[in-house]
Design a protein around this ligand. Structure first.
Ligand SMILES: [Fe+2]
Length: 168
């Protein structure tokens, strides 16, 4: 489903999500599975993404790539996957984990901080001792960065931001 370079990223995310989960008492097998599956829709054409995940907001309509998490969930459900925790982690990895899904938090952090990205090393390190703090740092800096530049933040990302008790 993904290009070779992406597959390498996917494997790094899966391993890192597993390790972060293990260090935080989170279900590491589910984190690994969700890491493997998270970008399943990432290399699909825009039209396919729009078909699998109809836009919910102006950002979705303008940037179909933002839909690849939700589109991935739709695909997995069509293929018979029923594990809600993993499905949510795939769905939310582009916009931010919803409250209460620790596996999703591990995958989100792994995705933004895996070594191949070359950024967010501090977040990766923090995640091994406190995944919640790592998530607050990651989502907080993202939202403040966008808002500071007058760029609209995805409504789902704002929900995550608020669920973490962060202030603009
Ligand atoms: Fe992705």
């Amino acid at each position: 489903m993904v290009k070779p370079r992406r597959f390498e990223h996917v494997m790094r995310v899966a391993r890192l999500a597993h390790d972060i989960a293990l260090a935080n008492g989170i279900d590491a097998d589910r984190a690994y599975a969700a890491g493997i599956l998270h970008d399943v829709a990432r290399d699909l054409p825009d039209l396919e993404l729009l078909r699998l995940a109809p836009p919910e907001c102006a950002i979705d309509a303008a940037h179909p790539l933002a839909l690849h998490g939700r589109a991935g969930r739709t695909l997995l459900e069509r293929w018979g996957f029923t594990d809600r925790v993993i499905l949510e982690a795939v769905e939310d990895h582009t916009t931010g984990p919803r409250a209460g899904n620790a596996v999703s938090a591990a995958v989100y952090i792994a995705d933004v901080s895996e070594p191949g990205r070359g950024v967010n090393e501090d977040i990766r390190e923090l995640a091994f001792t406190d995944v919640d703090a790592a998530l607050r740092r990651s989502i907080g800096s993202k939202v403040r960065y966008l808002q500071g530049r007058g760029i609209e933040v995805h409504p789902r990302t704002l929900l995550t931001f608020e669920s973490l008790g962060l202030d603009p």
